[in-house]
Design a protein. Sequence first.
Length: 94
Amino acid sequence: MNAHDTDMTQEDYAAARPYAMVIEWSEEDRLFLVTVPDLPGCRTAGAPREEAARNGEEAIASMLATFSDSGVPLPESRFTALDDVVLDRPALRS
């Protein structure tokens, strides 16, 4: 999905980039469930996994755009599943 598929802009998607998503398979729902630890209530789902990830990016971008349009300060991106060993690898640094 790209910005042309929704009302989201490239800037909206860029603002979403720092926020981590947790993507987990739900056997009960037969979908990948997506949660965003830094944005309580920001959840979505999809199958296959790639669709869930795209939906997650869109959900984050949409929530941040809503916050911004409403004058609500954006929550700081704090969650990471990466440890110091991974962060020391140059290829994985952003």
